[in-house]
Design a protein around this ligand. Structure first.
Ligand SMILES: NC(=O)c1ccc[n+]([C@@H]2O[C@H](COP(=O)([O-])OP(=O)(O)OC[C@H]3O[C@@H](n4cnc5c(N)ncnc54)[C@H](O)[C@@H]3O)[C@@H](O)[C@H]2O)c1
Length: 273
């Protein structure tokens, strides 16, 4: 059905100082066909209200938590209530929030990762099929022009027979104990109960999209390299994949990559691992 109005978006997460919520809001402004209509922006209800105020939202549409948002939005007439929700909370919240909004009849755009484990992912898949609602997952790197170009080059045969793919994702922002400095982003990312397997999926998601083949072998090593400082969650991964027809892939992802911080071109140099 073609709407003669903008889509109304609700947001969960994206409170004051949050990272990706504002990126979603910017994207909707650029798109021009979506308006932010409601939100439960922060785990702290006071900060959620503060964010709603800063965004000039109707205070009646700014909620203390997402359950309240579902309950009250459902009471609004169709066309006034939100059409979909954008989930921009830390990882541990993605599944329950997506599940509850789908059950309430809303479309969902969810930040990655979809869920914490396969069991939850399957439950969500069943629910999406049953609800007949849209469930979108933010593997946004697949939208990058360079990645699309790489896919087209492979599909068009311009690179010949692919024998090996090397994927790298170097970041350096966690190469010091930044979570001790009050960084909200670092605090939950270094807590396995909140972050789960967030980090190491990026290169894998990109590789699968470019060449969606099942793989035969997989070896994975995680390391927690922080001299004199122990973290409960891994910040680096090395992944090796081999296909039956000898097609191989090597992937390396790190948040301790010093060269990335220094702005060097070669991500394999001077990585403290
Ligand atoms: N696709 C990408 O490129 C990309 C990039 C960065 C982050 N992310 C994902 O985005 C998500 C958020 O990351 P971030 O860096 O913006 O985190 P962040 O810490 O900057 O912000 C999280 C926000 O969610 C709020 N929040 C937490 N629990 C909540 C709840 N139950 N209800 C309402 N609000 C709640 C926090 O108060 C905070 O405002 C993560 O899942 C992360 O994996 C994706």
């Amino acid at each position: 059905m073609l709407l003669n109005r903008k889509l109304k978006m609700g947001m969960v997460g994206g409170g004051p100082g949050a990272f990706i919520g504002e990126v979603h809001r910017k994207a909707t402004r650029m798109d021009g066909h979506i308006e932010l209509a409601a939100g439960a922006f922060d785990i702290n209800p006071r900060k959620s209200r503060q964010m709603g105020h800063e965004l000039l939202l109707d205070s009646k549409r700014v909620y203390g938590n997402y359950e309240q948002m579902i309950e009250r939005e459902l009471k609004l007439p169709e066309g006034e209530r939100i059409d979909f929700v954008s989930i921009t909370t830390p990882n541990n919240w993605h599944f329950p929030i997506a599940r509850d909004f789908l059950k309430a009849g809303f479309h969902v755009m969810c930040e990655k990762p979809m869920t914490f484990n396969v069991k939850e992912a399957k439950e969500l898949q069943t629910l999406v099929k049953k609800s007949r609602k849209v469930f979108g997952l933010m593997h946004n790197y697949t939208g990058y022009p360079m990645v699309k170009l790489a896919r087209d080059l492979v599909r068009g045969g311009e690179l010949g027979k692919i024998r090996k793919i090397i994927v790298q994702y170097p970041q350096g922002w966690l190469s010091t104990a930044v979570e001790k400095t009050g960084s909200m982003q670092a605090a939950w990312r270094t807590d396995p109960k909140q972050s789960g397997g967030d980090f190491c999926q990026r290169p894998e998601a990109r590789r699968r999209w470019q060449r969606p083949l099942a793989f035969q072998q997989r070896c994975q090593r995680y390391s927690t390299c922080q001299p004199g400082f122990y973290r409960r969650r891994e910040q680096s991964s090395h992944l090796g994949l081999r296909r039956p027809e000898k097609f191989g892939m090597a992937s390396r992802a790190s948040q301790l990559s010093l060269c990335q911080r220094a702005g060097w071109a070669c991500p394999d140099m001077a990585t403290r691992e």
